[in-house]
Ligand binder design. Structure first.
Ligand SMILES: [Zn+2]
Length: 104
């Protein structure tokens, strides 16, 4: 496995993880479906009569990791060294403007 960045970068890599861009290990393609897996939960409020509503509040807890599937060759794998979508270089981040520029 190659390390990202220069040699000097390596010493601080434990504190600030290097952003990585994923590509397919099989064909090198970059068009991927990336799935961030986490523990999901739903919270239901039971009232004084014991009634529980149909729908609860959904949320997610701990992120478990990423897996990816290549749009080109259909290869799927679990990328190493990255834990969540924000670890990836190409991630847009929090939305600031509804328009991010040209997308495909
Ligand atoms: Zn591929």
């Amino acid at each position: 496995m190659q390390t990202v960045g220069s040699a000097g970068w390596k010493s601080i890599s434990h504190a600030v993880a290097a952003k990585r861009q994923l590509k397919c290990p099989k064909c090198g393609g970059r068009e991927l479906r990336i799935r961030e897996r986490s523990i999901a939960y739903s919270v239901f409020e039971q009232d004084k009569n014991g009634a529980i509503p149909f729908e609860g509040h959904h949320g997610h807890d701990r992120v478990l990791g990423l897996d990816a599937r290549c749009r080109g060759c259909d290869h799927s794998w679990k990328p190493r060294g990255v834990m969540q979508i924000t670890d990836l270089e190409g991630y847009a981040g929090e939305p600031q403007s509804p328009y991010k520029g040209p997308s495909r």
